[in-house]
Design a protein around this ligand. Structure first.
Ligand code: UD1
Length: 420
């Protein structure tokens, strides 16, 4: 297992190119199961989660090859309709194959994902929606067993706005007989891109980008190409890094419109942020203002940026409250940040962060993807040396983060191969 060794205290400056969005790619890849043919997904990031999804699709008979950020998928030979536990336990997004498999092949056997490092993450909404579309679903031996002749259009109202359940339901409904209405659909940019991809494959979807989707099922879809949107969480992480470390950085290949909530909060914290086309420049403030955030569904502040914001606020001038309304228990990074000298208390689903004068380096342990990112940020600004152990979490969602940070002037290295 690799670790990162960070010698903190260096300001960041320069330009960093943002990779394609992990969460978009993980939805686009299984969507290719909905038609036989050859797909090209441009701007695909070379991430561990993407390799995991590719391995899952290969186990079903898909050929998948990633070269120069272009992922070529050939779905002509799909002949296995199963997502085994061995894949799903590595990555919850494997559940995305459920809708496409039922819709196109009338059958699926998909392992239940189980919990996550920071708490329960149910898939009841996915399952209920498949049932409403007419699938017969049995849960036994840890698996979802699904069968259907042809799905039929229905009305789905999500009590909770869910990215994954919206994506899965959309992918199932595009091949159903008749019309499906999805109310309280997620409007995260990754879901909007999935809808656009499905439309380019021949699906009929009205209301793309809104919380009410009307899907007219079609008999058949065809292969298509798409360019993945920029990763708004990677972009937000670099912006927070620069605000925290000091300096001026410019992101290229980013999408400012997807980052409004994060940019406004960074400005409230004292940073100067300017956007032009696909680039965003941030000038760090001398003193960071304490700014509350509440993580919420899009276009709210992303839960996937909550841990990084906590790292920023750990050195702000004053006390701030970081609340998460999506995942109530997503605070596993806090005890590790406290080991670096942060003054943070967790109450219910909020972290009360009292800005400290300084953080000091220590060994800390990654527990999940975004927690790892927040510990790297804290390490970049801590005095002395910080070691972030178990960085494989980070490799799930950030493409060569250490190389990108080093190019901006950070002192960070990956130490490979040993068991830590
Ligand atoms: C996606 C993202 C993840 C992000 C999350 C919230 C991917 C691959 N992952 O995860 O990075 O943190 O959105 O923005 O895109 N819920 C239920 N029942 C369900 C499904 C969800 O109760 O069947 C609840 C969840 O517990 C959570 C809320 O709905 O409280 C939102 O979760 P959801 O949007 O589904 O997250 P994911 O799609 O798993």
């Amino acid at each position: 297992m690799d670790k990162f060794v960070i010698r903190g205290g260096k300001p960041l400056s320069g330009t960093v190119s943002i990779s394609g969005a992990k969460n978009s790619t993980l939805a686009l890849m299984p969507a290719a199961l909905l038609a036989g043919g050859r797909f090209h997904l441009k701007n695909t990031p070379a991430l561990r989660d993407v390799h995991t999804m590719a391995a899952l699709l290969r186990s079903m008979g898909v050929t998948a090859e990633l070269q120069d950020q272009v992922l070529t998928l050939d779905t002509t030979g799909v002949n296995v309709y199963e997502a085994p536990y061995e894949h799903v336990k590595k990555m919850r997004a494997s559940i995305y194959v459920l809708g496409p498999l039922i819709a196109r092949f009338g059958r699926a056997r998909v392992s239940l994902p189980g919990g996550c490092a920071w708490g329960p993450r149910p898939v009841n909404l996915h399952i209920e929606a498949m049932k409403k579309l007419g699938a017969e679903i049995d849960l036994h031996e840890g698996y979802i067993h699904a069968r259907a002749n042809r799905l039929t259009g229905t009305r789905v109202h999500f009590d909770v706005s869910s990215v994954g359940a919206t994506g899965n339901t959309m992918m199932a409904a595009v091949l159903a007989r008749g019309t499906t209405l999805i109310d309280n659909a997620a409007i995260e940019p990754e879901i909007t891109q999935l809808a656009e991809f499905l439309v380019s494959m021949g699906a009929k979807i009205n209301g793309v980008g809104t919380s009410r989707l009307e899907i007219q099922g079609v008999d058949e879809l065809h292969a298509a190409d798409i360019e993945t949107i920029p990763d708004r969480i990677e972009a937000g992480t670099f912006l927070v890094a620069a605000a925290l470390c000091g300096g001026t950085i410019t992101l290229t290949n980013a999408e400012p419109a997807h980052l409004d909530a994060v940019i406004v909060k960074l400005e409230d914290a004292g940073a100067r942020v300017t956007s032009q086309g696909r680039s965003i420049t941030l000038v760090a403030p001398r003193t960071l203002n304490a700014v509350d955030v509440t993580a919420n569904i899009y276009p709210g502040f992303p839960t996937d940026m909550q841990a990084q914001w906590t790292a920023l606020m750990a050195l702000a001038d004053g006390t701030s409250v970081v609340t998460d309304t999506i995942y109530f228990d997503r605070f596993k990074h806090i005890p590790e940040m406290i080991r670096l000298g942060a003054d943070i208390e967790v109450k219910d689903n909020a972290a009360i962060v009292r800005g400290a004068r300084r953080l000091t380096g220590a060994k800390v342990m990654s527990t999940d993807l975004r927690a790892s990112a927040s510990l790297i940020l804290a390490g970049l600004v801590a005095e002395g040396t910080t070691e972030v152990l178990r960085v494989y979490h980070l490799d799930r969602g950030y493409e060569t983060i250490e190389r990108k940070l080093r190019a901006l002037g950070a002192d960070i290295e990956r130490v490979a191969g040993e068991e830590f």
